[in-house]
Ligand binder design. Structure first.
Ligand SMILES: C[S@@+](CC[C@H](N)C(=O)[O-])C[C@H]1O[C@@H](n2cnc3c(N)ncnc32)[C@H](O)[C@@H]1O
Length: 411
């Protein structure tokens, strides 16, 4: 039977699904997907390597079995059998997470059920004579931080139960997000500029992956590079050369500082990096060689406080439209014919309809074609696609969202 892999999608599920499909390939069966988890049949996936590569996925693992309903005894037996197989250490540390996929059980009840299962499993494991530790938390789901800091994957396992209305699936986690490395690149870098906005490194990574091109040995350009988030992720993914440009001298100084820090702390050799201070609309005056990938977050407008009138926001968006249009005209010549662009454009969130750029019109005028990053087979998931065919990225309490669009030149 084909192995069934699972991917926990995190708080931007559409983006995570699109990222997985762009890296693994759209020709797989993506029909078993919910806003929390994707189940993907495939025998040949290297889940640890995939987890390392993907920016938007929290955990990956393999399904072990299926039960018709919650059965504490059977679940405890299954989990204790698998946790004894953990390599190396004498002590067994295990944890259990429950994802209530169909939202059938109330949280309190779920937590109590989980605690009882944990204790029952511990009791069975004690019969091995080895020291046993059951790791639990206040939530029904263990975070990647808990899984990692307690070394569960090396010494017993994290077991993951998916509750559906008509079945219970049990899996074992193979890898979790390396939260320390992500957080070090996000908060540890020497230059940060919250005012003009920085992409979270995970989102920068996801955007590069969405291009659907193996970045190894490729040339990547970020023409609004800010403090260099996309450039760092591109180097980590093995790009042969990365080019950053920005209109602001401060942004360029920040990028230089961050890239120096990054090279010294994370790389064995210095990356092949070219940096320019330039408006994106005039970049060809300084740089002419076409690239494989243009991955960027454009200017988003000034920071928002949330009280701006719709008219003033619309005016701002019109200014950005001119900047985006002129930049795209310039950048089209700097993209190879088979190259791909992934842009984060601003989306102003208001009490009414969000205010967006008229991207459909712009792309038609300028000769670009939007690529749908969502695989055909997962259409049934209620997906947050924007009218221009982009994926909407928004975080709680923020007034500026982003429209993430994958596109290429049209012929
Ligand atoms: C939202 S920030 C990008 C942040 C970047 N992704 C990061 O993670 O640091 C937008 C950047 O666009 C730059 N910018 C604004 N107008 C520009 C233009 N016409 N050409 C190039 N860069 C421009 C700003 O200086 C700013 O650094």
């Amino acid at each position: 039977m084909t192995s069934m892999n699972f991917f926990i999608l995190g708080n931007q599920p559409t983006l995570a699904l699109a990222e997985i499909a762009s890296v693994v390939g759209k020709n797989h069966d993506y029909s078993l997907v919910t806003p929390e988890v994707l189940f993907l049949p495939d025998d040949d996936l290297n889940l640890s390597a995939l987890q390392e590569r993907l920016g938007s996925v929290i955990k990956t693992g393999l399904l072990l079995g299926e039960l018709p309903k919650w059965d504490q005894q059977e679940l405890a037996q299954l989990i204790s059998a698998y946790s004894q197989e953990a390599p190396g250490k004498e002590k067994i540390s295990f944890g259990i997470s429950v994802y209530d996929v169909d939202k059938t059980t109330n949280n309190n009840e779920l937590h109590k059920q989980l605690q009882r299962l944990g204790l029952e499993t511990k009791k069975l494991l004690k019969e091995t004579g080895r020291p046993i530790r059951y790791v639990s938390s206040k939530e029904s789901v263990l975070s990647s931080v808990i899984v990692k800091t307690n070394q569960l994957l090396e010494s017993g396992g994290e077991f993951v139960i998916f509750l559906f209305q008509n079945k219970v699936l049990v899996g074992q986690t193979v890898a979790v997000q390396n939260f320390e490395a992500w957080s070090e690149r996000d908060y540890g870098r020497p230059a940060r500029d919250a005012k003009s906005g920085m992409l979270p490194p995970k989102l920068a990574r996801t955007m590069i992956n969405l291009a659907g091109i193996d970045p190894k040995e490729k040339i990547l350009l970020d023409p609004f590079c800010g403090s260099g988030t996309v450039l760092m992720e591109a180097v980590l993914l093995g790009c042969k050369e990365v080019i950053g440009s920005d209109i602001s001298e401060k942004a360029m100084a920040d990028t230089k500082k961050n890239m120096n820090w990054f090279s010294q702390n994370f790389l064995e050799t210095r990356p092949n990096l070219l940096l320019f201070i330039s408006p994106a609309q005039q970049l060809k005056e300084q740089y002419q060689t076409p690239v494989d990938l243009i991955i960027t977050e454009t200017y988003l407008g000034p920071p928002r406080k949330g009280k701006e009138s719709e008219n003033s926001l619309k005016e701002k968006m019109q200014e950005i439209e001119t900047l985006v249009k002129d930049s795209l005209i310039e950048l089209k010549d700097l993209l190879k014919n088979d190259g791909v662009m992934v842009f984060a454009f601003p989306l102003y969130l208001t009490d009414n309809k969000p205010i967006a750029l008229p991207l459909k019109k712009l792309f038609d005028q300028l000769g670009f074609e939007v690529l749908n990053p969502i695989p055909e087979s997962s259409k049934q998931l209620c997906l947050s696609l924007s009218p221009s065919g982009g994926i909407i990225y928004q975080r709680e309490h923020q007034f500026i969202g982003r429209e993430i669009i994958v596109f290429k030149k049209k012929y």
